[in-house]
Design a protein around this ligand. Structure first.
Ligand SMILES: NC(=O)c1ccc[n+]([C@@H]2O[C@H](COP(=O)([O-])OP(=O)(O)OC[C@H]3O[C@@H](n4cnc5c(N)ncnc54)[C@H](OP(=O)(O)O)[C@@H]3O)[C@@H](O)[C@H]2O)c1
Length: 340
């Protein structure tokens, strides 16, 4: 046997093993999740054999189709309204066509206010990768230009979410869009209650609560009625950390809006993501020493022993934007900080 044919055989063997693992997880999933509890042992054996033969000269996608076809025949004989997608990791999804339309990002425009940095930017990249047209906004033109240069698929716009004039000009120029994510915030409002400066707290509310509030309100005429609205709050709203009473109030106010808004604006889906400590440029506003010690303390307190990444928050945003069944929810993405 030549070296190259040995390599080919090894590659095929690897593919085969990967596929067997998928079949195993499919079977476990069927059993545990009840998708297909009556899939028989012998049927799995037959499928495996078919897969082995197909792998010999075709490849994985044809083989997985066989698995799905077998499953579909059992559960949706004749013309079936189900659309199925089986990913190589063993995950299985089944959706009706109508659900699929809601859950897809294709032909959708997602607007991320405060998307030129950190969490918003990570979400923008992930949503764009999945096929959405994504528009990100910020106030700083230099930063926006850099984002556009690094991410040519993202459209960037300069908008101050605290300015009603800016908001109406911008929304009018956007025409309609499907999903709105609000990541804007300042950094004011922290400190012990006894010495908390009320004008600082008011600024904190202006920069985050009122900025997100009015950006959401002004967007309604342009936001698709069955689209989604996602606020980004902060886990301070759900903790009992001394020195964070102002931040808890600002973010608690945002989170309190989610449930009544979800009912008032239905079928628009309204959710919030409540991040723990996430290493983004947001922390660069603090003096370096304070920044480093705060991040270290937060990582040590977290149940996972570290702080979050912008990407982890980005995928949570992607989840609420793309899952048409999620509404009225505040999702804690905080490494367990809310339990500390
Ligand atoms: N990082 C964390 O540890 C953490 C923890 C809990 C909650 N959060 C929340 O997560 C959200 C995103 O934070 P991040 O860490 O990604 O912060 P970031 O890296 O500082 O990004 C903030 C983004 O918002 C934009 N922005 C701020 N105020 C704006 C305004 N008035 N109008 C338009 N754009 C505005 C900024 O761009 P310009 O400056 O150019 O305007 C930037 O694009 C915030 O609501 C924050 O409170 C973050």
């Amino acid at each position: 046997m030549t070296i190259s044919s040995q390599n080919n055989t090894d590659a095929k063997q690897l593919k085969l093993e990967a596929l067997y693992t998928s079949i195993e997880s499919l079977r476990t999933e069927f059993r545990n999740g009840g998708y297909c509890p009556d899939l028989l042992e012998e049927e799995i054996l037959i499928l495996r054999e078919k897969i082995r033969l197909i792998l010999a000269d075709q490849g994985r996608s044809a083989a997985t189709n066989i698995v799905l076809t077998a499953r579909l025949k059992r559960h949706s004989p004749g013309s079936n309204p189900w659309v199925c997608n089986f990913s190589g990791s063993g995950q299985y999804f089944a959706m009706k066509e109508s659900e699929k339309r809601v859950n897809t990002l294709k032909d959708k425009t997602v607007l991320i206010m405060g998307g030129t940095s950190g969490i918003g930017l990570a979400a923008a990249r992930q949503l764009a990768t999945r096929g959405a047209s994504v528009v990100v906004t910020g106030r700083n033109r230099e930063r926006a230009d850099q984002v556009r240069k690094d991410n040519p698929t993202l459209r960037t716009e300069i908008v101050d979410a605290s300015s009603p004039t800016d908001l109406s000009r911008f929304y009018a120029s956007m025409a309609n869009f499907d999903d709105l994510v609000l990541c804007v915030s300042g950094a004011k409002g922290a400190g012990p209650f006894i010495s908390l400066d009320i004008s600082e707290l008011r600024s904190g509310f202006e920069e985050k609560f009122f900025a997100q509030f009015q950006a959401a309100q002004a967007a309604l005429p342009f936001l698709r009625k069955d689209g989604s609205l996602t606020f980004i709050s902060a886990i301070s709203a759900r903790m009992a950390n001394p020195g964070t009473v102002g931040l808890a109030a600002i973010n608690g106010a945002i989170e309190s809006m989610v449930r009544p808004l979800a009912r008032e604006l239905r079928p628009l889906r309204v959710n919030a993501i409540s991040p723990g400590v996430v290493e983004t440029p947001w922390w660069d506003r603090l003096p370096q020493e304070l920044r480093d010690s705060s991040l270290q303390q937060a990582a040590a307190a977290s149940l996972v022993g570290r702080n979050g990444s912008a990407g982890e928050l980005g995928s949570a945003i992607e989840f609420v934007v793309t899952n048409g069944f999620v509404t009225g929810t505040v999702l804690e993405i905080d490494g367990g900080l809310h339990l500390v």
